[in-house]
Ligand binder design. Structure first.
Ligand SMILES: Nc1ncnc2c1ncn2[C@@H]1O[C@H](COP(=O)(O)OP(=O)(O)OP(=O)(O)O)[C@@H](O)[C@H]1O
Ligand SMILES: [Mg+2]
Length: 445
């Protein structure tokens, strides 16, 4: 592949034995200078597939001069994800030394250190969109040298309302640049973004798009709202007890809830039950957010109760169990959430508590499970227009349905599940039409 010797040395350091499919297909295309629309399941190594060519790209650019902005820019929806990507970029560019420097630009921390780095000159900036635009507007950096742009979790950035910031960047790039868009889910809106800003992109889609990874065994458990906490405590206590009696070690467990306040409440309730747990949500200050994640990643605190701020891109070794105490609103979010486990070929588990309000999403999950069971990739129509249609169908679905408590559904029994034919349109080869949407209050730049 003609990778620079320094990059090869850093890849060897990672002890990756073989490239993942998105890497073996995406890397040569990215190295050839083409734009990419890249989609592959959660935990399949998309980061390296854009980071390695990005470093190589920088190595072959004329060096930065005083006042120059970065050569490459990565935008990601959350601070923690941007920080993780920056760490990975640094790991792959270690041997390159000062010829490829990376810098992190995110909200929630003072501007001055970032300003200092940007003004001194860095080859690569990894940023959340809002803070990056702030620096552009203050004249701390500029786009004149940017010739490689990555939009990671592009669909989520659109969802969060970052479209103006993305446009601001894309409309002011030098003519000659390369753009790469990545996500495990690709709603129609992304195709529009791609049409507007990508130049004859090569679409690299590995497997079925917007599908939960088969590495995670999924379980649905019926739980009326008032019983959810007891059930959660029982679920986690059982695992703690199992470890205590010589069973498997309690895995790192991430519990997703709907709202920030509930995050704090549930973490406190778990602690009262003697289960150490941290909360992670956009209402915490950045130090608290980082501490919560650090404790969890180190395994000091085995339970992290989080909003969707933790649902995208985060790669924490040892997460063995994802619990949806509250199911998300969309199937895409479900795909990303359960994808925090079962990464890089490992196996994981997901347990979702559901009740009547989730009946529509549960039908989607069951259908996806049954398709996975049959070995079929399954594509849901995703995106906001698709969701509008889904909401309408969900209302119809609810009004017609006499919900019976079906208790637990395990992957192994999924074949038995029937989903009404009228939802078959959701299994679309091409997603439905696009629209506009709102930012989720659980997310903060
Ligand atoms: N070729 C490889 N061999 C072994 N492990 C790899 C390889 N490439 C990446 N990994 C590891 O796989 C894990 C997942 O990678 P990454 O975070 O890039 O996934 P992703 O596709 O971006 O997932 P998501 O959709 O959740 O963001 C990381 O721990 C990474 O170090
Ligand atoms: Mg990723």
């Amino acid at each position: 592949m003609n990778l620079h010797a320094n990059i090869v040395a850093d890849i060897q350091h990672h002890k990756y034995e073989t490239p993942t499919p998105i890497q073996s297909q995406g890397l040569p295309i990215a190295l050839s200078g083409r734009d990419i629309l890249g989609c592959a399941e959660t935990g399949s190594g998309k980061t390296a597939s854009f980071a390695i060519p990005m470093i190589q790209h920088c190595l072959y650019q004329p060096p930065l001069r005083g006042g120059d902005g970065p050569m490459a820019l990565v935008l990601a929806p959350t601070r923690e994800l941007a920080q993780q990507i920056e760490r990975e970029v640094r790991a792959f560019s270690r041997t390159c030394g000062r010829s490829v420097r990376a810098s992190i630009v995110v909200g929630g921390v003072p501007m001055h250190e970032q300003r200092h780095d940007l003004r001194n000159g860095v080859e690569i900036v990894v940023a959340t969109p809002g803070r990056f635009i702030d620096h552009l507007q203050q004249g701390n950096t500029n786009l004149a040298r940017v010739s490689y742009v990555v939009l990671d979790e592009a669909d989520r950035m659109l969802d969060m309302g970052f479209e103006p910031q993305i446009k601001e960047v894309m409309n002011n790039l030098p003519t000659k640049h390369q753009t790469l868009l990545f996500s495990a889910t690709m709603p129609k809106e992304i195709e529009e973004l791609a049409r507007a800003y990508l130049n004859k992109p090569v679409t690299v889609k590995i497997g079925a798009v917007s599908t939960p990874t088969a590495n995670v065994s999924q379980r649905l458990e019926h739980a009326p709202e008032g019983q959810k906490l007891d059930l959660l405590v029982a679920l986690i206590s059982d695992e703690v007890a199992a470890e205590g009696t010589g069973g498997p070690p309690m895995p790192l467990t991430i519990v997703f809830v709907e709202r920030k306040t509930k995050c704090d409440e549930v973490a406190a309730a778990l602690r009262e039950e003697g289960i150490p747990a941290n909360a992670l949500h956009g209402g915490l200050n950045q130090n608290e957010r980082e501490a919560a994640l650090r404790d969890f990643a180190r395994g000091d605190i085995k339970v992290l109760v989080a909003t969707d701020v933790a649902s995208r891109g985060l790669d924490i070794k040892g997460i063995g169990h994802v619990i949806n105490m509250d199911l998300p609103k969309t199937f895409e979010d479900y795909v990303h959430r359960i994808g925090r486990t079962g990464r890089a070929g490992t196996k994981g588990r997901a347990t979702s508590l559901w009740n009547d309000r989730d009946s529509y999403l549960v039908a989607q999950i069951k259908q996806a499970l049954s398709e996975l069971e049959k070995g079929n990739g399954f594509v849901f129509a995703t995106g906001k227009e698709a969701r509008k249609e889904e909401r309408q169908l969900a209302r119809e679905f609810k009004s017609q349905l006499k919900m019976t408590s079906q208790g637990m559904l395990q992957t192994g029994t999924a074949g038995a599940v029937k989903v009404d034919d009228k939802y078959a349109h959701m299994a679309a080869a091409t997603p439905a039409t696009a629209g506009t949407g709102v930012a989720d209050a659980a997310w903060d730049d």
